[in-house]
Design a protein around this ligand. Structure first.
Ligand code: AMP
Length: 174
């Protein structure tokens, strides 16, 4: 499947210098989206994943589909102030700005084999924050998966202790 051709690159969004990877074009192709979810789910099954941890917001699209496919529970890592119950928080720096992620204290239980899910790996700060949240709650992170990887930003280096997977990798910004 030619997945890279289904991603739209938008220069200077949301600010000058960023080339935004728009996944809505891939989501709009039912065969491509289903194919990605099936392949991703197969990998998570082979790694014995017992819980999905999806990162707000576009990670929810993939995380929800994977949790449904695998019939495993879904945990949400959300931007600050969105979760209504008791939370823990991790801060991180983004390709454009800084932010934090929060998770409910009961979203992951001791011994869970956790798959972290997001749409895109850039510098790796967001995913590392989600990993730390999972680990603080006693989870073991056995897969860190993305649809897209901006390989030229070397996010993998920040995540080198973990198995990182992606389906579309960009070697350069263009
Ligand atoms: P990072 O923490 O640097 O790995 O940034 C990853 C997060 O920022 C993901 O949740 C992405 O959705 C978002 N992101 C960063 N850079 C881009 C980009 N060029 N296009 C689309 N989303 C991006």
């Amino acid at each position: 499947m030619e997945l890279a051709g289904l991603i739209r690159s938008i220069p200077d969004f949301p600010k000058p210098g960023i080339v935004f990877k728009d996944i809505t074009t891939l989501l709009g192709d039912a065969e491509a989206f289903s194919g990605v979810i099936e392949a991703w789910a197969e990998r998570l099954r082979s790694r014995g994943v017992t819980r999905i941890l999806a990162i707000e917001a576009r990670g929810f699209i993939f995380g929800g589909a994977l949790a449904h496919h695998l019939r495993v529970p879904l945990a949400l890592a959300r931007k600050p102030g969105k979760l209504p119950w008791l939370t823990i928080r991790e801060s991180y720096s983004l390709e454009y700005g800084t932010d934090s992620l929060e998770i409910h204290r009961d979203a992951i239980v001791e011994g869970d084999r956790v798959a972290v899910v997001d749409d895109l790996l850039a510098t790796g700060g967001t995913a590392l924050a989600a990993i730390r949240l999972a680990e603080q709650l006693g989870g073991e992170v056995v897969d860190v998966g993305f649809l897209i990887e901006l390989a030229f930003l070397s996010g993998r280096r920040k995540l080198e202790r973990y198995p990182v997977e992606s389906y579309i990798a960009y070697a350069s910004e263009a």
